[in-house]
Design a binder for this molecule. Structure first.
Ligand code: ATP
Ligand code: MG
Length: 575
């Protein structure tokens, strides 16, 4: 069991032990009822991504929902690549998707499948339909099929080829398979009902000719099944009980059931495999669609599918999100039948909550200026013991060297402070965090008027950050010893989208990109303990937020940190 699973199941148990009602979503209610009525006697779910891009936060919801249900009911969870469309699929995506799902903690054990593993059975299924008189080969073009299909208010017209005999259809389907039919010249259609009010039931195309090399089956096939025909077969072969998908497939459900029933996988629609739809997860002002993420990658707006500004799972991982934070987020979102959009700050809330107590709080000057303590002996150095996290003693303490010169953040000094500015300014005394009281006595500027050095005196009696005479200071600022500082690059992020304009420009369909989504600070000074930080490791930088080590751009001696999230937010947890 992974750590994530443990946490999640422990939460559920303690909630139940405490006698609190654990609210169930509508899918769980349905499963409870089905199990009680013997519709099926176990739960088996799957996650079926198309390997045509990287997974995003929306997919995480589906993965956690499917895997979570299997866990909750002591059932199984399959991983299955829906690779029935060879044009857009790539092995790069297969590998990335597996990595993301494993990272989220969804364990498919030994059940990793590819829809293309079942091409033989799908082909046999198609032949079976032809033999039953339930499918025919049509020579109509895609355009003509669309015209014949009718509209929502008008029934469709019979396909002129629908009268072909079983023998003719078998021979023509064989021709399609053998490679002599050009792409698009013939298709296999299911014979259902051209007058059905549901357009999906008007003799849908179930097989098409496509002379393409498939990443798994190579050149074995030049006919490929359509999604609506393939998916129920995949589910049925794997013994899936609950085929959970998003709302846009609701109108496809009658076809799903039709395929299962006609091929003898079940007798009635309510039996397993059973399709159930839920609403997609949308984030306000965030690009989630794979197609759009792909565009951002291809046009170079971002530096790849895992650019930390994206919400692909790989990007969230790179940015420093944890699986736990994503589980928490999905739990807070809930599962429903109604489309809605969630605010990005809710996702930030989840990661902040996860890191707040679990990560050490370190000191970093992102825009450093030097502070010289004039009355501190030049050759003296001491080691100060600093708690790693005041709210979590179990993280222990660390030693930080302290000397005459430290870096502070430029923001923490002002020549002419406004009201209520309690940090350093000439004449004012502040606390250097866990160190000493220091009082500003003077400062230096360069020829452009920029402050370069702040001079202070310190009170040797105030070691540890408190004065024996009980005098108080209002400001506490962080610092980094100059002699031992670790120079690093820090990246700060804003929303990739211009929030005032929304994601898409209504006229052009282009995305409204925020030109300031990335700020690179390349002269940051960090306390020495951070020199050993490893890729993906995360920390709080006091007063600045949570940061992690970028695994791609960091080099030994030249670390790059990503800001995961700031410390504060206006987000309030919904009741
Ligand atoms: P996109 O629209 O982003 O390209 P997709 O639906 O085409 O995504 P698939 O690989 O076909 O991507 O999806 C795999 C599974 O993830 C499907 O069951 C799909 O319903 C689910 N899924 C996709 N997007 C979301 C989302 N935003 N919220 C919840 N589930 C989603
Ligand atoms: Mg898709």
């Amino acid at each position: 069991m992974s750590e994530t699973e443990k946490n999640v199941s422990v939460n559920a148990e303690t909630q139940e032990e405490k006698g609190e009602t654990v609210s169930r979503n509508f899918i769980e209610n349905m499963i409870d009822k089905d199990l009680a009525e013997g519709v099926y006697d176990h739960v088996h779910t799957r996650f079926p991504p198309e390997p045509n891009g990287y997974l995003h936060i929306g997919h995480a919801k589906s993965i956690i929902l499917n895997y979570g249900l299997a866990k909750k009911y002591g059932g199984k969870f399959n991983m299955r690549f829906d690779d029935t469309n060879p044009t857009k699929e790539k092995t790069e995506f297969v590998d990335a998707i597996k990595k993301d799902i494993a990272w989220l903690g969804a364990d498919w054990e030994d059940r990793l499948f590819f829809a293309s593993d079942y091409f033989d059975q799908m082909y046999e299924g198609a032949v079976k339909l032809i033999k039953k008189g339930k499918a025919y080969v049509s020579d109509l073009s895609a355009e003509e099929i669309r015209e014949y299909r009718g509209t929502l208010t008008e029934p469709g017209k019979e396909d002129p080829y629908s009268k072909r005999t079983v023998e003719e259809n078998l021979a023509l389907f064989e021709e399609m398979k053998s490679g002599s039919v050009p792409d698009g010249a013939k298709v296999l259609r299911a014979r259902i009902d051209m007058a059905s009010p549901n357009m999906n039931m008007r003799d849908p195309v179930i097989y098409r000719v496509a002379h393409m090399t498939h990443h798994n089956t190579g050149d074995k096939w030049c006919i490929y099944p359509m999604y609506d025909f393939a998916h129920p077969i995949e589910d049925a072969i794997e013994g899936i009980t609950n085929s959970i998908c998003t709302l846009e497939f609701e109108d496809h459900r009658p076809l799903y059931d039709w395929v299962c029933i006609e091929l003898g996988y079940k007798e009635r629609p309510e039996q397993a495999p059973k399709q159930t739809e839920f609403a997609k997860l949308y984030l306000t002002n965030v690009v989630t669609g794979k197609r759009y993420i792909k565009k951002l990658v291809e046009t170079g707006v971002v530096d790849g599918w895992d650019d930390p500004r994206l919400v692909s799972i790989a990007a969230l991982r790179r940015r420093g999100f944890t699986p736990e934070s994503i589980w928490k987020f999905v739990e807070l979102c809930g599962v429903s039948k109604a489309d809605s959009s969630v605010e990005y700050p809710m996702l930030e809330y989840c990661i902040r909550e996860d890191l707040k107590l679990s990560r050490p709080r370190m000191m970093a000057a992102l825009d450093p200026i030097k502070l010289v303590i004039d009355n501190y002996p030049e050759d003296k150095e001491e080691e100060l013991e600093i708690p790693n996290n005041l709210e979590n003693e179990s993280l222990g303490v660390r030693k930080v060297p302290f000397g005459r010169e430290v870096y502070i953040d430029r923001d923490d000094f002002m020549e002419e402070p406004p009201k209520k500015y309690f940090r350093l300014y000439p004449g004012n005394e502040v606390r250097l965090m866990s160190a000493y009281f220091v009082k500003c006595v003077s400062f230096e500027k360069d020829e452009t008027g920029k402050v370069t050095v702040v001079h202070c005196t310190y009170d040797p009696e105030s070691k540890g950050g408190n004065s024996p005479d009980g005098r108080k200071v209002k400001g506490t600022i962080h610092w980094v010893p100059v002699k031992h500082a670790v120079k690093a690059t820090v990246r700060l992020y804003e929303n990739l989208i211009d929030e005032e304009k929304g994601v898409y420009n209504e006229e052009t369909g282009e995305m409204n990109i925020n030109p300031n989504s990335l700020t690179v600070l390349d002269n940051c000074m960090l306390e020495p303990a951070l020199a050993d930080a490893k890729p993906f490791e995360s920390f709080q930088f006091v007063r600045q937020g949570f940061f992690n080590v970028d695994y791609k751009d960091s080099k030994e001696g030249a670390l790059v940190f990503n800001r995961i999230v700031g410390l504060k937010s206006s987000f309030v947890l919904p009741k």
